[in-house]
Design a protein around this ligand. Structure first.
Ligand SMILES: Nc1nc2c(ncn2[C@@H]2O[C@H](COP(=O)(O)OP(=O)(O)OP(=O)(O)O)[C@@H](O)[C@H]2O)c(=O)[nH]1
Ligand SMILES: [Mg+2]
Length: 297
């Protein structure tokens, strides 16, 4: 039987549920998810293989109008992902139905149109609709712009219509041998996932702004045959004054972040871990091209 394989880019505004979708499809928590927008910062590959089909999903950061260097780099990585893909999934949060933002979306749509590739509109968070009929005007609106080969409503969190989505994706993929071993789920290493998990705990533990000025740098990641693996990471912040907030009274806040992160990292890599966290100030790192480069942006 002929095999099919290809890349599928998952794009859309922040908070639309892109990372949730990739996690639901792969049945593993690969990409971090938080209630805050702009959680994802790096493209994340998630490889879904069946007997005849291999779909290489790429989760991307939320599409925005970039204001600082970090955001410019995020938008570039979205564009790169769209350029390198076989199929584009634009995830749209059904909550946005009364305020479809054709300005931000318009920019994204323009990039997609230029690529001349198949694209689906995925209307997500169906579970939040009181009446499914509310979808009709939305579908009509999106059909008008003549960009999407398919419009598919789903709930990423409830796993609604995901099988249908996968079947439809399959139809659009090119015939090809598999591009990765079927056992591989991602190409990123444990070191990367450890840093993402720490970042996720920071998103959940601190107020609105702080997580956005925070980045994680893994200094050491030592795998040991016997005993715990050793991970040491810097929590990078922008201002001296943020140090106190990160650390908390008597260090308790940082300790709790560390414990939550260690627990989740252990679940992910299935090995006990000793995690050490340090707080470092790098003024305006989000606007410093050299620092951004050293952080992999
Ligand atoms: N009710 C509901 N909530 C969802 C659904 N999918 C995602 N969410 C929630 O929406 C929020 C954002 O989800 P993410 O998966 O992080 O969204 P994202 O598009 O990856 O966001 P960025 O990485 O910031 O661009 C989280 O609180 C999710 O739990 C869904 O189908 N239904
Ligand atoms: Mg995300």
């Amino acid at each position: 039987m002929t095999k099919k394989a290809g890349y599928v880019s998952i794009v859309g505004k922040p908070n639309a549920g892109k990372s949730t979708l990739i996690n639901t499809i792969l049945k593993i928590k690969l990409s971090i998810v938080t209630p805050k927008p702009q959680t994802t910062r790096k493209n994340i590959l998630g490889i879904y293989s069946t007997n005849n089909t291999q779909i290489i999903f790429v989760d991307t950061p939320g599409f925005i109008k970039p204001r600082y260097e970090l955001q410019k780099s995020l938008v570039n990585s979205i564009i790169e992902s769209i350029q390198g893909t076989d199929l584009i999934l634009v995830i749209f949060d059904v909550n946005d139905r009364d305020k479809i933002d054709f300005i931000i979306s318009g920019d994204l749509f323009k990039i997609i149109r230029e690529q001349n590739k198949p694209a689906f509109l995925i209307i997500n968070k169906l579970d939040l609709l009181k009446d499914i009929k509310e979808l009709l005007p939305l579908i009509a609106e999106f059909s008008k712009i003549n960009l999407f080969n398919e419009i598919i409503p789903i709930s990423a969190i409830k796993d609604t219509n995901i099988d249908e989505l996968l079947k439809t994706i399959e139809k659009y993929l090119p015939e090809s041998e598999f591009l990765f071993d079927t056992e591989i789920i991602s190409t990123q290493n444990d070191r990367f996932f450890a840093s993402e998990i720490i970042r996720e705990k920071i998103f959940f533990s601190y107020g609105d702004e702080l997580p956005y000025s925070t980045e994680i740098l893994i200094n050491e990641f030592k795998e040991r045959e016997k005993g715990k693996w050793y991970i040491s990471a810097d929590i990078i912040i922008e201002r001296e004054s943020q140090k106190k907030i990160i650390i908390g009274k008597k260090g308790e806040k940082l300790k709790s972040v560390g414990e939550m992160a260690r627990h989740s990292i252990e679940q992910f890599i299935r090995h006990p871990v000793y995690l050490e966290l340090f707080v470092k100030v790098r003024p305006k790192w989000r606007d410093n091209k050299t620092v951004l480069k050293s952080l992999g942006y």
